[in-house]
Design a protein around this ligand. Sequence first.
Ligand SMILES: Nc1nc2c(c(=O)[nH]1)N[C@H]1C(S)=C(S)[C@@H](COP(=O)(O)O)O[C@H]1N2
Ligand SMILES: [Mo]
Length: 396
Amino acid sequence: MTVAALAARPIPTPPATARRGPWRAGAFTGRLHEPRTAALLGRALGIAVAVCFVTGLISHVHQHSPSWLDMPSRPVWGYELSQGLHVATGVAAVPLLLAKLWTVYPRLFTWPPARDLGHALERLFIVPLVAGTVFELVTGLLNIVEWYPWRFYFPRVHWAVAWVVLGSLLVHLAVKAPVISATTGRRRTPEPRDDQLSQDRRALLLGVGSAVGAVTLATVGQSVRPLRGVSVLAPRDPAVGPLGLPVTRAAAAARVAPAALDPAWRLVVVGPRPVELSLADLARLPRHVVRLPIACVEGWSATASWSGVRLRDVLDLARVPHGVHVRVVSLEEHGLYSVAPVGPSAARDPLTLLALGVNGAPLDLDHGYPLRLIAPNRPGVQQTKWLSRIEVITRG
Ligand SMILES: Nc1nc2c(c(=O)[nH]1)N[C@H]1C(S)=C(S)[C@@H](COP(=O)(O)O)O[C@H]1N2
Ligand SMILES: [Mo]
């Protein structure tokens, strides 16, 4: 039997007496539960989901780049823009998804529930699509407010479910292609003139658009600094924190204070000619000031003026050859972010600093005293604080 024939195999209709409650004919009278409204909302939601997916992919590659991949260190604002978009499109997707689900939910009660096997399968694919999308938006939102009421490792699960959403979305789009082109395409089937319906639809779309605008304005201030005043729902204000900069993990939580404040602290550089540098040694190297953002995966970002020594100058002292991957290691022993790789481009970028100061003041303990990494186009999780070592990554 061919697949097409299998898909067309009829499924018996349940007895008419089973058709009650929401399954009744005419149970839903709202006129906006119709295909064109669903397709228009779907288009906006699809764009938000697509941007969210691509920027999520970018963030994943940054944080899990294979050892042969040299992540580019430019543009300086690359990760800030990409992750800002990731969180903003995720937030905007919430009202879009709610409106879309409201428009189509009467179809849950289609009668008969499934005409044939193909129809049953098509309907079944809605389950991973809706469940996956809701899961991604809910876990993403909880992540940006740093509330983890679950036991799994968020990045891994959020990443895996993104593929479930992508796969079921592609199936959904393929199945719905005829409806989409008939209701919104360039050569769409002309509707019978219905001014009331058009007006209602316009009002709904306007309302949803305003909701998207409102949630966006209420949160983007965490990365778009001029809007911080209106962003009443933003979990972070990029200008609030010691030295005018937020703190994620404080020194006390990371239990690094004794080691960081120890006068015997040295930066150990493991290379062909290993060196140990005290703060006084570092102070004798050429000093540079750069303006770079910290762009957290949680969507906030804050640009500051960092001063310190170039990573490449320190690597040269240890005769570390060009083109190698290194890693920076924190005094923090057990944190998820205590070690981070630095590829050749970032290692040699003149903007990549081992920072000793920020915003005109010496670095404070919570921002990574005595020494932290700050590099362009890099996720905040890899801007490692409280450095203790720099090592060449040897493959093997
Ligand atoms: N050692 C160490 N470095 C770290 C972290 C950490 O938990 N431990 N957090 C990172 C994260 S998630 C971010 S966003 C930035 C924030 O830097 P800040 O606290 O100075 O703003 O530091 C990064 N560096
Ligand atoms: Mo972060």
